[in-house]
Design a protein around this ligand. Structure first.
Ligand code: CDP
Length: 239
């Protein structure tokens, strides 16, 4: 790992899975990945050993891949096992969920079974607010409350679908089915960039052939073997 030109400074924010630190440059921050795991809006709490190390590396590999394919992201460089430098964004408070196969909340909401392959990807939006449990919202809510502009949402929607093609191919080539996942975007110097992380914490990933779950559902559903599943994703992503 190359030595970084950025110096780590004070803590800015602590989230459920990551801590953000300032650097000596206000345009850049350090993202530190913890082993803490939460589910069901923080009701279930635990630790997944080495998760921070796995997620930092998985996310770095994926963000570099997406950058190489022309997607603009906040990622700058991985500087240690658990830390990466990213651009300091103003986060857009809209979580974008992309689905290729039914699982999780859409099954509960629509009363359908898990594992239905969708005819086309579904894009859903949620308002990013932990206290409210990230409620489902639609575009007119986003515009009425000015969470994002129509131009930003057009870009976000188009980019999310491009990312879906790229990630489905990336994971598919590595023997993993990309079921669904969450994306976040932020503003930086007049541009919208892909933000946050792409890891087994925020994606549903099923092993091709066995359909074994390799993601946070192992924690949510107490399936066991969570550390091994995350390690398996890391090894496949590094192929
Ligand atoms: O997680 P749950 O089943 O309640 O919600 P979902 O809407 O089915 O989640 C779809 C995908 O987005 C899953 O891969 C979740 O891990 C991810 N997600 C997330 O990372 N953070 C959220 N706040 C909501 C969903």
């Amino acid at each position: 790992m190359a030595t970084s030109k950025f110096e780590k400074k004070e803590q800015l924010y602590e989230g459920k899975a990551k801590v953000l630190f300032a650097t000596d440059d206000p345009d850049y921050v350090v993202q530190y990945f913890k082993d803490d795991a939460t589910a069901f809006d923080g009701e279930k709490k635990g630790t997944i050993n080495n998760k921070g190390v796995v997620n930092n590396t998985v996310s770095a590999v994926i963000f570099k891949y997406l950058e190489g394919e022309g997607i603009k992201t906040h990622f700058v460089e991985q500087i240690s096992e658990r830390e990466s430098i990213t651009k300091h964004l103003e986060i857009i408070p809209v979580e974008v969920i992309v689905r290729n196969i039914t699982a999780g909340s859409i099954c509960r909401r629509l009363g359908i079974k898990e594992g239905i392959v969708l005819k086309q990807p579904i894009l859903e939006y949620c308002y990013k607010d932990d206290d409210l449990g990230d409620p489902f919202i639609c575009e007119s809510i986003i515009y009425a409350f000015e969470y994002a502009t129509p131009e930003e949402m057009k870009y976000i929607g188009d980019t999310a679908l491009k990312i879906n093609d790229l990630l489905s191919k990336f994971f598919g080539e590595r023997g993993i089915t990309l079921v669904d996942y969450k994306l976040e975007f932020g503003r930086f110097k007049g541009e919208v960039l892909l933000a946050d992380e792409i890891t087994p914490d925020g994606c549903r990933l099923w092993e091709k052939g066995t359909n074994e779950k390799l993601d946070k559902d192992r924690f949510r559903q107490d399936l066991g073997g969570i550390e091994e599943a995350y390690e398996k994703v890391l090894n496949k992503v590094m192929e």
